[in-house]
Design a protein around this ligand. Structure first.
Ligand code: MG
Length: 264
């Protein structure tokens, strides 16, 4: 007869191993092909870093970024039906046109560093979720909330820079309406095996106006209102979308850098 302790121990070992594999799937490990300080090791590509934005002037993206909106037009965007985006472009920004629907990038993106700047309407109108609401949907599925959360109370997991319905931000770093605010997002999409089984959930890190508000949180699945639906297998790249929540939110200076892990 097997000793019950042995069974428990083995179960525990399996659980630890599974957790280890899950962690290893996301963690980047030291590449053992190179000795420490190996001068033959390839050096990273040289790029020109960008510049910061001010309220008056958007900054410059890093030289290796893909610019999704540089102040001119919405040529990188379209409606969900593939029609030209109907949101208003003026003075270096674009603005949500209520009831025209969300817009999404023509290209698909997966793991990425994303920079977005937005401003809520000034003077503010409405309250709670009905005030300066939009959203940045990574892969069109995972929303980092855009909301006027300056002196505006709503549920914690629905305020600005929340992973909607899942994670409140660590702090409320919101600027007053009318001011430009920045989101810097690092996103790692989920991975599925060929049968559609989840291998690795999505993770996101968000800096709101330069302040860390989401620290590599693990998403439960797509974000939704009053629901936490499970993951459904999807491609490794999908369009990024912005939400039309009937409020004239403005966006400017949107750029993205695709990330690829070793061997990906
Ligand atoms: Mg929203």
């Amino acid at each position: 007869m097997r000793h019950p302790k042995f069974c428990v121990g083995r179960l525990l070992a399996v659980a630890v191993a599974v957790a280890g594999i899950a962690a290893a799937a996301l963690a980047v490990q030291v590449d053992t092909r190179w000795k420490i300080h190996d001068t033959n090791r390839p050096r990273p590509p040289i790029i020109t870093p960008g510049t910061g934005s001010t309220q008056d002037q958007p900054g410059k993206p890093p030289s290796d970024a893909t610019v999704l909106f540089g102040g001119e037009d919405l040529s990188k965007w379209q409606t969900a039906a593939g029609q030209p985006a109907k949101w208003k472009v003026e003075n270096g920004y674009f603005e949500v046109v209520a009831k025209s629907g969300p817009i999404q990038t023509r290209d698909g993106f997966g793991d990425c560093q994303l920079h977005v700047e937005w401003a809520a309407p000034d003077p503010p109108r409405g309250e709670d979720q009905d005030r300066g609401n939009s959203g940045v949907y990574l892969m069109g599925l995972y929303e980092v909330q855009v909301l006027d959360s300056y002196q505006n109370i709503t549920y914690a997991d629905g305020q600005a820079s929340a992973v909607y319905g899942q994670y409140p931000p660590l702090v409320n770093a919101s600027r007053p309406p009318g001011q430009w605010q920045t989101y810097d997002i690092v996103f790692h999409g989920p991975r599925f095996d060929k049968d559609g089984k989840l291998l690795r959930p999505a993770h996101v890190t968000v800096l709101d106006n330069g302040v860390l508000v989401q620290d590599n949180v693990e998403l439960t699945g797509p974000t939704a209102h009053k629901a936490r639906p499970p993951y459904k297998a999807h491609p490794e790249r999908l369009p990024l979308s912005l939400q039309d929540h009937d409020h004239p939110i403005r966006y400017r200076n949107i750029w993205i850098r695709e990330l690829a892990g070793p061997g990906e």
